[in-house]
Design a protein around this ligand. Structure first.
Ligand code: G3P
Length: 199
């Protein structure tokens, strides 16, 4: 329907607001697209500017997923439509209209989009992410493993959403291809490493 299309477009446009770039400007930090891992996301802002700006980026990016999906839920939209709204929000974050289509990796926005599906899925994913961070220190590896298990958890807790969650997860994994190469070459920097990704 036209309401669904309106929500897809709004989700994409909201997702396109690169909070990492804007918050770094506010805190007079270097551009996250040109520093560290060159990724405009909370992990890289943590490297560049520490916990406060990184937390703000994380919260803002989560909300970019949660707000449109929750709105669609309140409007009584079907699971597949809600899934597409979440994907539109992440596509905005990854390929932002206002930032030359050069965005982040979609992890926080995807978590935000999954929040309205209930606390079970998100808390399990968060627990998985924290566990991998605790063991390895790699934010990207934690994200890749967490999103890889997300479709299986979704299948158990909210089966109707398995297809859109799977699409979202594939998008995020593909977006991490540079991280995968760095991980395999032993060049990925840990979440607490400041500054540049290892050369
Ligand atoms: O959320 C993005 C994270 O998974 C990887 O970020 O900066 O280490 O490439 P980064």
């Amino acid at each position: 329907t036209s309401l669904s299309i309106l929500l897809f477009c709004s989700a994409y446009l909201l997702g396109s607001i690169s909070s990492a770039v804007l918050i770094c400007r506010v805190f007079t930090l270097p551009d996250p697209r040109k520093t560290g891992s060159n990724n405009p996301g909370a992990t890289n802002v943590l490297r560049i500017g520490g916990r406060l700006p990184a937390s703000l980026v994380f919260i803002f990016d989560v909300l970019k997923g949660t707000i449109p999906v929750y709105l669609g839920y309140l409007l009584g939209m079907s699971p597949i439509t809600l899934g597409l709204v979440g994907i539109a929000a992440c596509l905005g974050h990854i390929y932002p209209l206002y930032f030359n289509f050069n965005g982040g990796k979609g992890v926080a926005t995807a978590i935000g989009a999954m929040l309205p599906l209930g606390w079970e899925l998100c808390s399990l994913l968060l627990a998985c992410w924290l566990l991998i961070i605790f063991i390895t220190g790699y934010s990207s590896l934690a994200a890749i493993i967490s999103v890889s298990v997300a479709p299986f958890i979704t299948w158990f807790v909210k089966p109707a959403y398995t297809a859109p969650v799977t699409m979202l997860c594939i998008l995020i994994i593909v977006r991490h291809r540079q991280n995968i190469i760095r991980l395999m070459n032993g060049q990925e920097s840990k979440i607490w490493d400041k500054g540049r990704t290892k050369e």
